[in-house]
Design a protein around this ligand. Structure first.
Ligand code: ADP
Ligand code: MG
Length: 328
């Protein structure tokens, strides 16, 4: 049984710390936030729903909490912004153990501490069944400087941070070892990490900030649904096409043998929370301690194509995660 609402809020209030942008945090009708002069606000919101985004029997609660906030921070990173405060709306059914809630909150608040983002408010309710969490992250960026999906021009280079496909590979591995795991193909949450180490989930805030400050990214998005699907967003918003070199994609190395994940997972697997951006400038191979890899270029003609090691081209379809895909 989770604690009653008032108790739970008291507990969250004790655990959450204020931060410099928060004038008034948990405990009033609204939070009062300070916005740096000359800045605009960034606001992002993301659901985390049991049996849609995670399974209680598969995913440790701390990891679910951590991923919940990661998604919000990653969106702010993709705009080149700085996260300022987070808000958590949490609905929990009466039969969810308080221990689950504690661990979920600990995972979320641990990440909040790492990124110095105070939890400044939220809402708490009893759900009809299971767990639903909605995270709101508020960030800021100097006026007019947010890096949009729509800024790419033809003839620019396309880059990604880090390595891709690791989260999808870990989920595939997890699914194989679980009853009913064969269904995982219909299951979007691929965030289980190879090592199950909570700290493996990150948001590329420092990289996004550095790219924006140095004027290096013309368009940017974070990789939450999969490279193919997220690249398509940049292409559509920027009215460009893309050519991706299969061999250039930095594939994650997983397991004790450090085996490279399949190309398919790197192309379409979700939950990597890396940044994908376009640039016409010379981009360093490492930014804020994170590897940056050129994987292709933008072109004038619409559509995406994949160039194989043999130089052969094939159309690249967006096959990452999409809700309601079955309804199309
Ligand atoms: P209200 O009735 O105005 O919605 P609540 O009693 O729901 O107020 O909340 C009291 C305070 O606790 C508010 O500051 C709210 O932002 C905060 N709060 C409630 N639930 C959460 C939560 N899950 N996480 C963080 N803060 C919360
Ligand atoms: Mg409320």
């Amino acid at each position: 049984m989770p604690l009653a609402e008032k108790k739970l809020i008291q507990q969250i209030r004790r655990l959450a710390r204020g931060g410099s942008p928060v004038v008034t945090g948990i405990g009033d009708d609204c939070a009062v936030l300070r916005v740096p002069p000359g800045h605009e606000l960034l606001v992002t919101t993301d659901f985390t729903i049991e049996n849609v985004h995670f399974r209680r029997e598969w995913h440790p609660p701390g990891l679910v909490g951590r991923r919940c906030l990661t998604r919000g921070l990653s969106d702010i990173a993709a705009m080149g912004g700085e996260p300022r405060a987070a808000f958590l709306s949490l609905a929990v059914a009466g039969d969810v153990p308080q221990k689950w809630v504690d661990r979920f909150l600990n995972g979320l608040l641990e990440l909040a501490k790492e990124y110095k983002v105070p939890l400044a408010g939220g809402d708490t309710a009893q759900s009809e069944g299971g767990i639903q969490a909605d995270i709101v992250v508020v960030g800021s960026v100097p006026k007019g400087k947010a890096v949009l999906r729509s800024g790419a021009k033809p003839g620019e280079q396309i880059y990604v941070t880090g390595e891709l496909g690791g989260a999808a590979a870990a989920l595939a591995h997890l699914a194989e070892s679980k009853p009913g795991g064969a269904d995982f193909g219909h299951f979007p949450m691929t965030f289980a990490r190879p090592s199950h180490r909570l700290s493996a989930l990150h948001a590329r805030v420092a990289v996004g900030l550095s790219l924006r400050r140095r004027g290096l990214a013309s368009a940017m998005i974070d990789l939450s649904d999969g490279l193919s699907t997220d690249l398509e967003h940049i292409c559509q918003e920027s009215h460009v096409g893309a050519e991706i070199e299969a061999e250039a994609i930095p594939r994650a190395q997983v397991g004790p043998a450090k085996k490279r994940v399949a190309l398919e997972l790197a192309l379409h697997g979700g939950d990597d929370y890396e940044l994908l951006f376009t640039s016409s400038a010379a981009v360093p191979a490492q930014i804020a301690g994170v590897r940056v890899t050129r994987i292709g270029r933008t072109v004038r003609s619409a559509g995406m194509c994949l160039i194989g090691a043999d130089g052969k081209r094939q159309p690249l379809e967006a096959r990452g995660w999409e809700h309601f895909r079955g309804n199309m």
